[in-house]
Design a binder for this molecule. Sequence first.
Ligand code: HEC
Length: 196
Amino acid sequence: MMNSAMRIMLTATGIFSFVTIAQASEDPHARFTEESRKTAQEFMQQLAGTLKQQLDSSGTESAIKVCKEVAPALAQQYSTDGKTVKRVSLKPRNQTQGTPSTEETSMLVEFDEKQRAGADVKTMETTRVYTDADGSWLHYMKAIPTQQLCLQCHGKPENITDNVRALLAKEYPADRATGYSAGEIRGAVSIRRAIK
Ligand code: HEC
């Protein structure tokens, strides 16, 4: 049974969260962060789901094409309403799509520093507002943790099968995205929008 004190507490909590949400939506910075967090989560969940399915059903070699084709296609699909969604890394595999800008590099370095200081990678994110030669930007980044299953293609070279290593070397001659351990930051989802 709910007594009246409990009921008042619940109502107060309800009002409080309503006010918090209303405030967040009025602040463009907070609203952008909220929306981007949701986009990044959906994007990563969809990608991880597709990757896992392909790994389970057809193995590592055939899953390479999920990363090569599905990841950029999904990123494109989420790049709506003036947003650009992509994945970047300090040690990219795809040099064309995965190389970070100056601003992204600085945010990725900050993530690595935070992790060394003990912060949890799973919830690591940041939003910056800045102006560069191309305009003014709202820019959200969410850290991507390396999971155990990622090591088949991003782990220490001696732990990657010869076939997978050969396929990766053929597709990505300048590949830098190996040598990771589980828990390390593999890169980030990057979401940027121009401020009008
Ligand atoms: C089957 C092999 C394979 C597995 C497993 C795999 N990746 Fe990748 N990953 C790739 C390939 C190939 C690319 C390059 C994709 C491209 O051309 O854009 C890539 C690119 C990336 C990128 C983009 C930045 C860059 O380096 O170019 C990130 C971030 C990434 N992977 C994270 C992960 C994470 C996190 C996992 C585990 C959940 C994972 N990958 C599992 C093969 C794999």
